[in-house]
Ligand binder design. Structure first.
Ligand code: FES
Ligand code: FES
Length: 153
């Protein structure tokens, strides 16, 4: 068993793991009880597990815990609270951009990463950034509207 320390949603954490290659997603959900990131495919193909690593969107199902050590991890819970949501979270609520909600974590975290780098994207840039985040409910139009709303906020 080894220890891995990183910053999580602004606070320092240390987790134990028996395997340096253990997916960060497992530790976030099971040890740290952060259930924003979802397990979808486990193969870096759906985006449901997306978190920010030093501000960039990564798939936590294939990010090894050792890769997070010494870095800053942000999950959906780190963006805002129900009382004070982040601009992207607020825009998703305003546009009602979810049906089942399973993809929503990845869509919001992907949008956040995009807006960190490109605060005023075109619709085409949003489409491109979220291209590999899968939504099986067909909420795409509302999601695009929500990201554009957040960019204007
Ligand atoms: S669960 Fe990580 S990309 Fe699908
Ligand atoms: S809202 Fe259900 S998968 Fe996107």
């Amino acid at each position: 068993m080894a220890n891995y320390s990183f910053k999580l949603n602004g606070r320092a954490v240390t987790v134990d793991s028996w395997d340096p290659a253990q997916p960060l997603l497992y530790l976030l959900r099971n040890a740290l009880e952060l259930h924003g990131p979802k397990f979808g495919c486990g193969l870096a193909q759906c985006g449901a597990c997306t978190v920010l690593l030093d501000g960039k969107a990564v798939r936590s199902c294939v990010t090894q815990v050792r890769q997070a050590a010494g870095h800053a991890v942000t999950t959906l819970e780190g963006l805002g609270t129900p009382e004070k949501p982040d601009a992207v979270q607020a825009a998703f609520i305003a546009e009602q951009a979810a049906q089942c909600g399973y993809c929503t974590n990845g869509m919001i975290m992907g949008a956040k990463a995009l807006l960190n780098e490109t605060p005023h994207p075109t619709v085409e840039q949003v489409r491109e950034a979220l291209n590999n985040n899968l939504c099986r409910c067909g909420t795409h139009t509302r999601i695009l509207n929500a990201v554009m709303r957040a960019a204007k906020a």
